[in-house]
Write a protein that binds this ligand. Sequence first.
Ligand code: ING
Length: 311
Amino acid sequence: MSRIITVGAAQLGPIAREATRSAVVARLIALIEQAARHGCDLVVFPELALTTFFPRWYLADQVEVDSFFERQMPGPETGALFDAARRLGVGFYLGYAELAEEGGRTRHFNTAILVDKRGEIVGKYRKIHLPGHAEHEPWRRFQHLEKRYFETGNLGFPVFRAFGGVLGMAICNDRRWPETYRVMGLQDVEMVLIGYNTPVHNPPAPEHDDLSQFHNQLVMQSGAYQNACWVVGVAKAGLEEGVEQIGNSIIVAPSGEIVGRCTTLGDELAIARCDLDLGLSYKRSVFDFARHREPQAYRMIVDRKGATPPP
Ligand code: ING
């Protein structure tokens, strides 16, 4: 018996700094409506899908920083997205900047939620791997101040029973770290949803720029194969406020093969019928963790000699 989720990778083109939430939500609803016409069960939007990627600027005024955050989800301007999901019977992953009052203080997270076909939030994840820096670094062509504007996620890498399977979430830089997939792999995840905003140019390592597309695919294909799960990676793409961001949104099967891909740098839906049972042939052979992993043998042997690369 196959358990198929028809997934729409809903890539977004640039979002302008001044774009209103309602204008962006209208773009998201248009993609959900297109997905419904093609029989999708689930739509995956990018990281920080409601606003421009504001960590590219040093913003001294906390009021301006907080203007990019959502205090409620759904809120007055995002409720229409949940209504569309309910009306059309299509769930979604949404990345957004979360401002939460927790433990008596205001918290700021780079967050993603999983919403089911009834329009109910069934899962939340807060980004753990925050790239970039915390202080203004004027030498950069553009900033990457996620360490300034967000706290490290405090929810771990949970998995959620939804859409007939076991789904997990990650956000952008998380996809570059094998731990992200393995922590969920050890919880029997069958599909990992990932939104991203990735500039082509990485100021601290411009020599990597030409490999940005290759690295984007490499990390998600290996994460999928090594954990016998589907991986859906969705970009906010194009020239956004002067910064070129990669597209190349992809849907990766547990074999590591790319089975769906966006080919533009704008709002675009790539669709694939994802049979969750395809992961079983890997979970029951090559990546049968119970039979083949050796956690007792894995030890961190780090000494000064071994840890530092030769001069
Ligand atoms: N963006 C980038 C990412 O990990 C980055 C940061 C760019 C890291 C280029 C390395 C190279 O895709 C976010 N938002 O994490």
